[in-house]
Design a protein around this ligand. Sequence first.
Ligand SMILES: *Cc1c(COP(=O)(O)O)cnc(C)c1O
Length: 427
Amino acid sequence: MTSTPLALTGGAPVASEPYPAPWLGPAEIGDEEIEAVSAVLRSKKIFRFHDLADSQCARLERLFSEMTGCPYSLAVGGGTAALICGLVGLGIGDGDEVIIPGHTYIASASATLIVGAIPVLAEIDESLNLDPNDIEARITSRTRAIMPVHMRGVPCRMDAILDVAKRRNLLVIEDCSQACGGSYHGKPLGSFGDVGCFSLQQYKVITAGEGGILVTRDKQVFDRAAIRHDSAMCYWRPEESSVRPFPGENFRMNEMEGALGVVQFGRMKSILARLRAIKRRILTSLADCRGIRFQEVPDPEGDCAVNVAFFLADAETAMWFAKALRAEGLPAGSVYDKGIPDRHVYPYWECVMEKLSSDRHGRPWTSPLHDGTRAYAKDMLPRTLEILGRCVVIPLSQTYSERHVDWIIEGVRKVAEAAPQAGGATG
Ligand SMILES: *Cc1c(COP(=O)(O)O)cnc(C)c1O
């Protein structure tokens, strides 16, 4: 009741040192990475198909196959490229619809549009991921696939999603960009869908600088994805493909990225173990903290634990709470106080909201195979906006010290204790 005044109102902040940037893989970059990339440069073999028997990219692909149990794995230039190749691998394109959550990185929508398909938006639930109960109502005669996205390392409710997919005969493409190394009931993320896609960009669990990986159990899906990733694929490995070549692009990964990815892959277990220990300590210590309710995590064991998220009564209180935490010196944010359009929330996807296109005919929106009457609006997913609005997120890094973690616990408790009065006073 009479605890120290909030930093927001002139009290001393809880944290007496700044937090390191909430980096995951990149924070670990050290001599091993430098040596591995240097070795590629010294070899002068930077193209992955130069030496098929000795390729860093192929090594990285084998690691992802081992992790997911999916025999086919393809390294590409990024997570978006993995999604594009995955959709093409599944034969999804013009005239098809893909159900995606309203809370995901814009790339999930872009990749769908790039292959000529239309993204159909669905609500999230308090796991901050696709609500399995909002899928069926979105299905039309054009729906081909569901794209669950394991946002911020938290696994989707895959049992329920797979159940709908099976009953309604839909394909599943898992976006694991933010959840590399995560699992759901003991099974690795990426192995549930017909295709699983990972990103190795700077802000993900592990990094290759840029990069993405696609995994699948289906040789035909893999071959199609591989052709899309490289128009010359059939010439590099002519005997291996089961499909006739169609036009591809150049989404190849290079050997420097491959080498960096291989070293980072080796660090993944340790990064996740440290993140999970930090999150467990925070959740346990704050279990009795009044006024906040934590994000629903469908399988805490499989959570990558890259952040702690909790809900307040409403968006106004959440904004105030995040501001108060920042005043205490903690890293914290809510969706409406970033000061920038948050590309992880659908109203900011102009290309979808306004049906924008790169060509003068307005494809794919204007394709005669699509439902031209489909409309989008910034308020079309009220539940998603409502849930995200009252959510506060604290990003975690395995580099946080004991003190950094203690301050999060102390700061959240301090702000939560002051919240009702102060929130009321400012509201
Ligand atoms: C990062 C991300 C992507 C795209 O990955 P890139 O490597 O940046 O192309 C796709 N989906 C989600 C959910 C992401 O977080």
